[in-house]
Structures are given as structure tokens and as C-alpha cells.
Design a protein around this ligand. Sequence first.
Ligand code: GLU
Length: 487
Amino acid sequence: MASTVRVRVAPSPTGAPHIGTLRVALFNYLFARHTPGGIFVLRIDDTDEARSKPEHVEEIKESLRWLGLEWDEGPDAGGPYAPYVQSQRMARYKEVADRLLAEGKAFPCWCSAEELEAKRQAAARQKLAPRYDGNCLNLTDAQRAAYQAEGRRAALRFRLPDGPPIVLDDLIRGHIEFPRDMLDHFIIVRSDGKPVYNFVSAIDEVDHHISHVIRGDDHLSNTPKQMLIAQALGFVVPHYAHLPMILGMDKARLSKRHGAQGVLDLRDEGFLKETVLNFLVLLGWSYNDKDEIFTKADLIEKFSLERVGKAPAVFDEAKLLWMNGQYLRKAPVAEVDADLTRRLEAAYGEAARRDAAYTGRVIALLRDGLKTLDEIVDQAGFFFADPMAWDDDAKAKLAGWPRGKEILEAVIALIEKADLFTPEALEITFRAGAEAMSLKFKDFVHPTRFATTGRTSGPSLFHLLEVLGRDRCLARLRAAPAFPSPA
Ligand code: GLU
């Protein structure tokens, strides 16, 4: 058993799963899959009853499945050490708490929240660290009875043994010593009977035979407590590997402030799972100085904890977009097109459904410039909306364009007469038309774009005119010269 690699991701279902959780999941998954016989466990840390929600458990499972991080043991999958959901293991935690109490390794504490708070404030006034003062450590039977008689309910505290610093040889962070005075006789079961995270987590690692705990370094301060609990129970302490924190571009710890960090939001915005997986692994791991694009199979082959750095990783949104563009270009066209069609139909309904060939041409035109799949909805708007929604910028530019009305009238005449409605033929016609009026080519091109799309930028003009088709182009150009006079 001891040599088997068994790792876990243990999300708390208190919100939609975010980038940080999925990064931890990915590193654990890769570590397990890289190691012959390695097992990847999904544990649900739902001891926070008030904030844990079943829908978030579903979102966690959905995001893991979306990224292809299938778990070997856990909810739905089952496994030899089931259950893997903390709220289903309360009897086990109670049994362990009773054992620690019976062995004198834990003790009841009757101090009320108010009393503890008053002591914390007093310590703060004296600029001392807020530590439990040991009030209930050595109570006499009479004192205990008195507390009980007051109707107080006891919390259970871990009796912190004296000793040398607690030593952690972290597989990423290296040798760390935690002096005992950083800790105190910490609570393991609250006075309402609820066990705390550090306590239940330490028990779970052992009961689930976890060999390596790979998680974010925000948990580093929990580790000595979990190690002490495991040791007090005579358990083998797992290896630990704390991943570097993830910062936003502003160098602050990544948080909701940094926009949509929900993993399912990324999917809905049109990031491919291949991109997200590749991007996530680079938040802490690197293979060498040059390679950045890795498939899941590459990662399984190449992943190791030795190549995980200590320095904080930076979540670079521009890089995420760039990478998604790369993957979109490589993805099977039929799959990408099917997804884009779904998005256009959802956004534009009948207008996108009416003529599959037209929608297909719109997609073919825009596909290669996309960085996310959902960008298509914004970029394709003018193909499906009649009348178009005008950008203020396009409106102002067209209204102020020198000889704008005259130019559009000339363009209308050219388009009416054009024999061939192809990008190449249109370009030749436009160049000749501009020359005939002693204008620059761009003086012809820009007003035509504003009038036919209501925008100042977009895909190549002659290609988009071709897709719009002669009739739509003419109708828009004819409507445009009067613009914006009614206002
Ligand atoms: N439930 C904890 C969290 O969501 C993780 C626990 C752990 O990995 O030890 O952050």
C-alpha cells in the first residue's frame, strides 16, 4: 500500500469552482496518471453546512469532467474507502475525537466565544499574538462541573504537545520548520459538535490512504496542525507539496475581482478545454524555457513535481486568449463550427437558423480571427440583425466623412453593376471607382464598411460584402446616406 501513489483534490462546494481549484485538481491528476497505478481521488469538503450547496458539488464534477480529469474514487465513482464526502463521515470523526479525548490528547474547553474574544482583544492591546491561554487545560472536577452546571457546551481542543519545531519536508517548498509557539491548543470540534477542517482533513488523508497532499500554499499554515493530529493518532503522515499561489496581472492574489475565474464561465465564454488545461498547468509548472503548448497526453508523460516552481504564478489573460486562438486554429473544424452555430442560433434565433448556408459562410469568414468561441456572437451581429445596431463611432465617422453621400452613391452604382460579386472582383471595382473620383482607396472602403456593418472594424471588407450578398449590401447602403439626418 505504502508505495502506491494516491492523491486527492478536496474542493469545498461553497461556490462555483474556480481556476485555483481546477489547477490543484490538474496537478494531482497528472501526478497520479504519470505514476503507474496512481489513483486520483475526489473528496468533497462540505463540513461548512451553511455555505455548502449540492449545486456546487455538481459544478465541481461538471468542470472536472469537462477538462477530462476523471477521478478514480469519489462521488459517483465510489471506491474501497467510500464515502468520500465529509458530511457522510461524521460518525468516523466523532469516533476519532472520542479516542483523542480518552487518550488525553484532546481536552474539553468551556470558554465561551465572548470570553475568548475578550482575551483576544486584551492580547492585541498588548501587541501579543492571540493564543489560547490554556484556561481549560487543567481544570479540576469541580470547575468542570461548575461550567456544565451553567449549561455550557464544551468544544474539544487538541492538546499541543511540547517539543521541537514541527518539520515539513515539502516536495515543492523544501524544508520548513514550524516553531510550536506558532500554534496553540487548537479547536478540533466546536462547541456545537461540528468538527473543524484541519481535524477531518487529517483523518481523511489517512482513511483514504492518501500518499501525497498536493494543494495550494494557502493551506501551508494548516499543515503542521494536520501533521500533529495524524501523529497523535499514530498515523503515517502523507507527503505534502504546496503549489505556488496564483496572482493576477496586478500582482494581487487571484480573486473574484479579476473577472470571470469560474472554470465553467471560461467554457461558456468559448475557451476550449485543451486551452484551459494547458494554461492551468503553466500556473506553476514548466517543462523548459521554450515549450508552452502541451496536450493532455504530453502532460501525463512529462509532469513531475520537481518542475513545479516556488515563485507565484501569474494569471495572464492575454496569454489565455492567445493560447485559445492557437487551439481554435488546430481544433477539428466540424466541431468548432457546430459550437459556433449553436452560439449564433442561441443569440440570433430565426435569423441564424433560416439559412444554414449563409450562417456557414459567416462562420467560415470569422472563424480564423476568433480568440474565443463566444466572440462570434458579437462579431457576427451585423450579419443577422436588420436593421443593424450602429456603433456611435461608425455613426459619427460616416456622418463626418468628406463627400460621404457622394461616395456611397457611387458604391451603390458599382455594386448594382458588378458582374461578379466576389472579393477579388469587388476590390478591382472599388479601386477603379475611387480613382475615377480622384479619391484614395481607403476613402471608398471605410464609408462602405460603416454603412454595411455599422462598425469601424471587422473582417476583410470585400469578404464580408460577399457574405452579406448584393441585396443586403444595397439595402444598407441605400439606407445609410440619409443617416443620421432624422436625428
Ligand atoms: N477544502 C479545501 C479547499 O477547498 C482544500 C483542502 C485541502 O486540499 O486540504 O481549499
